[in-house]
Design a protein around this ligand. Sequence first.
Ligand code: NAD
Length: 441
Amino acid sequence: MARLESMTSSDASAVVDELRMLFRSGVTKPVEWRRTQLTGLRKLLSEQADVFLKALYADLRKNTAEAKRAEIALVRNEIDHTLENLDSWLSPEPAGLPYPLRPADGRVVREPLGVALIIGPWNYPLQLVLAPLVGALAAGNCAVVKPSELSPNTSAAIAEHLPNYVEGVRVVEGAVPETTALLEQKFDTIFYTGNGTVGRIVMAAAAKHLTPVTLELGGKSPAIVEPGADLAMTAQRLAYGKFANAGQTCVAPDYVLAIGDTGPKLAEHLAETVKAMFGDDPATSESYGRIISTRHHDRLTALLDNGTVVVGGQADRDEKYIAPTVLTDVSPDAPVMRDEIFGPILPIIDVPDVDAALEFVNERDKPLALYAFTESEETKRRIETETSSGGLVFGAAIIHLVAPELPFGGVGESGMGRYHGRYSIENFSHVKAVLDKPLAG
Ligand code: NAD
């Protein structure tokens, strides 16, 4: 399949028509076809791993260990989990029927929607295109894939290699004009990962065709820290979640709400942890990433003076480098607390008690993830029942997204819909009611 660039609306229409014809031929429906595509994706990840690792390094200076874990192994696990469970997820479910309808059989079946559009972001540019694609293909759909233009090396690698390993998928490279041309077409479902502003554009375009959308968005994901928690361990887990990919992770802890006197002590532990992870000068560490663009670099540099720097604070525009930075004495009204930071800056806000922390969370947009570090079962119960977020993790950060049995998605401003594992099948299927009543009887 050819690589497509500079796409116009009629080019986009031709791509969708071709896939729709393929879908209507029925070829994608048998489970065997779906298994073949998933096996193809698995082969792509092993045979082209080096190509992808180089591209990810070029785009984000993503180190090999992190790229293998977050971009390749995560998708491979998703594929394996799906291959293992696909038959049972797809088997029709018998449904009971009320007495007046009998004799009759009821069942629930999952049918593919048709042609999906998957629009990916730049921060995990391979994972966030392929993980939804696993679900789209496993559910028996065709798909158009549009990787982010801000990670051009990974986008080019996907366009060059993906079509050699799977059928029923077309890759369109490009930026706003190409995405706009695609969004004018009628798809059967659109899966968008990125920011809420573009999420609204996607949803408005989808509304014209009554196309269902999944929006995997972001926002500010808080981490609550309560006295009594092991602060050294909390610092390690927070730093891992925050500084992986130089903070450019949708579920990175955005800021800390430090209850009581935990703030200063946690800040010290974070400073030690940063040194242990990246050495005295993280600029020279091979395991520390870079900011995607000078635009984002400038945006982040302007936030570095929004509090007292406990560790970090350095920036190098030419290198698109920002040191892992922890800030204390941050005002809740400071610019760093307005929008999602999406970079390696961790502000700590002091709050007096759990009530204040819950109020702080609840008076803002519903986050994609909420983290809490506490030994109190009562606090855990309160956080679980008194807040709303895409996901909730106690005692760690960002790791929930690697569990294929947990749904991944946001709520409110952090998105709509969910995927991973069987939730991907649900997302890319129509769940159809079938009732079969004998004519005689
Ligand atoms: P991005 O700039 O790469 O944009 C994402 C996609 O939208 C790209 O493919 C791009 O071509 C397309 N796009 C951009 N402008 C457009 C327009 N005007 N019309 C149509 N399409 C357009 O990525 P981003 O949005 O900067 O990504 C960062 C955001 O994504 C953060 O908010 C982050 O939290 C969120 N995110 C969420 C998840 C998740 O799984 N929920 C994962 C990663 C990132």
